[in-house]
Design a binder for this molecule. Structure first.
Ligand code: CA
Length: 316
């Protein structure tokens, strides 16, 4: 009996370790290029992104959040709110908020970090300001929340994205003075070198996103990342995966490993794309996977299995 009790306590403490990520690290901030916890120590968050809420809403629930924390060791999740497609935020805002809040509330309850991701490819400045002001008002007192204000600019210049970002940051800061804000940059978050040459000034706790798909983006993008870091730019990998940028090709395990090593050596947080069941290699689940977690290996595609392996290894 004593042995069983000891085992139970051990199991419980292992589970608590991931589910109490926020209790352990508290209010995050940015010191130089590093994300740090409330005690000022470097913190590296690792997790997964949900797919577009408008196409894969079935996973936006508390059970999936809990499963990704308890079984995959995620210390952060990213809720990706589709903005522009049909039935996404701009045309169905109530549905979008309902799905986003289900994940955000569950993540807070589970005491992990959560990214509120404006999953857009074009500028929608006024709508973004209204949305983020609302989110900051509702969630800004929770240390769990990180705002990602522009997933992946495609057509806009850095000057345009920069001007947009300053407006949205100001809208958030009216209600939330300190939570971390992630800023995008041109060409699907690959132009961090442009950010480095002309960064946003006078704002605290902001980081810049770098996205990679390992089979397309290789050494040259890591070099851009280093160029930016060396110029004082804090980097957060809010989206990445191991195949080509089309999201549907074979995994390049060697390049993916190089990226993981690159991020780990630099204490950069990373999030893999995505919890979805589309017929493509970057969607980590098969259609037979339950909407509420409890997935076995047979429900998870290659990309999901490797992601889970990385999370179990690094989020110890
Ligand atoms: Ca706050």
């Amino acid at each position: 009996m004593i042995k069983i009790a000891t085992l139970l306590i051990l199991l419980l403490s292992v589970t608590m370790c991931f589910s109490q990520s926020v209790k352990k690290n508290g209010q995050l901030s940015v010191n130089g290029t590093q994300l740090v916890n409330e005690q000022g120590k470097a913190v590296v968050l690792r997790g997964v992104s949900f797919g577009w809420h408008n196409w894969w809403p079935r996973f936006y629930n508390e059970e999936t959040v809990n499963w990704l924390v308890d079984d995959w060791n995620c210390t952060i999740l990213r809720a990706a709110m589709g903005v522009e497609p049909k039935k996404a935020y701009l045309s169905k805002p109530k549905f979008a908020l309902k799905k986003m809040e289900a994940v955000i509330d569950a993540a807070i309850e589970k005491d992990i970090y959560v990214i509120i991701d404006w999953h857009a490819h074009e500028l929608n400045t006024e709508a973004a300001k209204i949305f983020f002001a609302q989110m900051a008002q509702k969630y800004g007192s929770n240390p769990h929340v990180i705002y990602e204000i522009f997933n992946e600019p495609v057509h806009d210049s850095w000057e345009e994205v920069k001007a947009y970002s300053i407006e949205v940051i100001d809208a958030i800061r009216e209600y939330d003075s300190n939570n971390v804000i992630l800023v995008g940059n041109p060409h699907w978050d690959q132009d961090v070198h442009l950010v480095a040459d002309n960064p946003i000034e006078g704002k605290s706790n902001i980081m810049y996103t770098l996205h990679y798909y390992a089979s397309t983006h290789k050494e040259y993008l890591r070099e851009r990342g280093d160029y930016a870091i060396n110029k004082g730019i804090p980097i957060f990998i809010s989206e990445c995966a191991g195949m080509k940028a089309d999201g549907d090709s074979e995994l390049d395990y060697d390049e993916w490993q190089k990226w993981i090593d690159w991020a780990e050596e630099r204490k950069i947080s990373w999030i893999t794309w995505s919890i979805a069941d589309k017929d493509e290699t970057c969607s980590m689940l098969y259609k037979k996977a339950s909407s509420k977690g409890n997935w076995k290996d047979e429900h998870i595609k290659e990309s999901g299995l490797r992601t889970k392996e990385y999370l179990l290894k690094y989020n110890k």
